[in-house]
Design a protein around this ligand. Sequence first.
Ligand SMILES: C[S@@+](CC[C@H](N)C(=O)[O-])C[C@H]1O[C@@H](n2cnc3c(N)ncnc32)[C@H](O)[C@@H]1O
Length: 295
Amino acid sequence: MSLPVNSVSTADLVAAARAMHMRDPTPIFEDPYAHVLCGWFFGLVLKFRPLEYLLNKLVLDAVKPTAMCVVMRARYAEQTLERAVQQGIRQYVIIGAGMDSFAFRRADLLEHIDSFEIDHPVTQGKKLHRIRRAGLAVPPHHHFVEADLTQVSPVAALSGSSFDMGRLSFMSLLGMAYYLTRATLSATARSLSDGLPTGTYLVFDYLLDEESSDSAALPLRTKMLDFVEKRGEPMRASYSLDQMNDLMVDAGFETVENFKITDVEDSYRAEFGTLPFDIPGLFAFGLFRVARRTS
Ligand SMILES: C[S@@+](CC[C@H](N)C(=O)[O-])C[C@H]1O[C@@H](n2cnc3c(N)ncnc32)[C@H](O)[C@@H]1O
């Protein structure tokens, strides 16, 4: 993954999506820190409604519905983490954390667990600067681990921290699988299953291939792929549910859940009533667990 050093990053963009979502009448995920962590550009945009309107109209219109996936993945990851913590898991690793504000939002979970966020030094440097400027206190059980994941595996990155390799953990990889080739996703998953105990969880979101996407959402898919390509961060792989199952099983995992995000639409409508956007039928979520080694 290449990372533009001085530009407005996708981490900022998705944080801004979470901040804008807070204004929806029925937010499905509440991130009250997103507007502080999304950086000066989006901070300004969020302060001045006409700017926000213009940005949405001129730049983001084509991709705005995908913001639903951003908030849904955050919600899904933390719901599945809560289940894992109830089962006794005590470590959470946020791979490619971006401007995720877990550390500040989830004091309830941080009473029981240690959390570790791994990110590229450029992104993490920006985030730490924003945290300091906002005067946010980092809880003692939350740890920052900087690593360029093109150079080291998440397991190698964690080995220099207080992370306990022998204990079960729950890992998230949100908004990242899109930008990895199949080979890199597979190698990343393999390094986790080789280096961590049986039962370690990994949750992530990914892009559905064209055949598995809702046909009505295909024009949006094309616009989104164009948008990220033009910004120099092309999406490199998409999958059917079966292809993802196979990739993860080959990489030493078993599937706990693997579904299209449109599958939860009915339950969301039952819980929230009207949704701010239709759920775009382009994405899927998977929860996988390191399988018992057979040899
Ligand atoms: C789209 S953002 C997602 C952020 C966050 N997970 C979320 O859902 O809001 C992608 C993240 O991947 C990180 N990333 C990209 N390339 C990386 C690399 N080579 N090493 C470590 N992190 C990387 C970026 O810094 C960024 O935080």
